[in-house]
Design a protein around this ligand. Sequence first.
Ligand SMILES: NC(=O)c1ccc[n+]([C@@H]2O[C@H](COP(=O)([O-])OP(=O)(O)OC[C@H]3O[C@@H](n4cnc5c(N)ncnc54)[C@H](OP(=O)(O)O)[C@@H]3O)[C@@H](O)[C@H]2O)c1
Length: 277
Amino acid sequence: MRILITGALGQLGRALTEVFSDHDIIPTDLPEYDITDPGIVPVFTDMRPELVIHCAALTNVDGCAKNPDLAFKVNAFGTQNVAHACLRSNAEMVYISTNEVFDGTATEPYPEDAPPHPINPYGSSKRAGEQMAARYVNQLYIVRTAWLYAPGSYMFPAKIIDAADKRGELKVVTDEISNPTYVPDLAQAIAALVESHVYGIYHFTNAGYCSRFDFAREILRLSGREHIPVHPITLADYPRPSVVPPFTALANTRGPEIGIEFRPWQEALADYFRATS
Ligand SMILES: NC(=O)c1ccc[n+]([C@@H]2O[C@H](COP(=O)([O-])OP(=O)(O)OC[C@H]3O[C@@H](n4cnc5c(N)ncnc54)[C@H](OP(=O)(O)O)[C@@H]3O)[C@@H](O)[C@H]2O)c1
């Protein structure tokens, strides 16, 4: 299959390039392929993809809060350009979305049909991206995921280890809760999904959920740093440019119907440490 990947140099894009290495891959990213440039539509169309996996995004949540116009330019209107190219080349599309399309007021994990209600510019721009994609593409998978990390990426596990080694103790919030997700597991699941041709919304994360505090403690335990003290704080103690939806755990209820399930996040995190040691 001829597969165009946007954001191919990002952590998910790199993992997908590896997982689909038996296919005819067209990896695209900045600076050569800017999805905000309307001229990208004929460029992508001329590449004649059969499937487009759209990972490119402005993913810095606080950065989006500081510059909402840029967040919408990339995440919403950039997605409109990618979707337009899918329409013109009759390609299937996978749009990668986020737990932050929800407002975080739930007490149980959000199923795929829960009504989105974003409360910050990152979440609003990604939700607008979902709507743009759905307006143009019928053969559309929307894959919402959360708290990604991968070998070689500087995400929460690597940041916690750095902070622990520099400061000798940590303060981490207990009231931000979601699903830590190992990028290689997500890439495998997307590979299985696109074999199904069962379109719609999916919630793909590792199984189980936790607070940032519990995630940090497991990172320290698995990396042999359990002696580092971690002090619990709350979101109110740690003001950020972006409003944080507190509980955004996702429930994968549709994946199992087509045989796609995930292992627990703790097992995946242990694999991350095996891969990075
Ligand atoms: N990271 C998470 O925890 C998380 C959680 C839930 C959902 N997601 C979603 O998952 C997807 C993949 O995330 P990721 O963590 O792999 O992100 P990432 O590592 O930040 O990769 C995103 C890639 O998109 C590129 N990009 C940014 N603006 C672009 C533009 N205008 N045109 C073309 N490419 C552009 C980036 O290039 P530069 O680096 O040069 O900017 C980067 O290579 C995103 O759609 C994100 O919203 C991520």
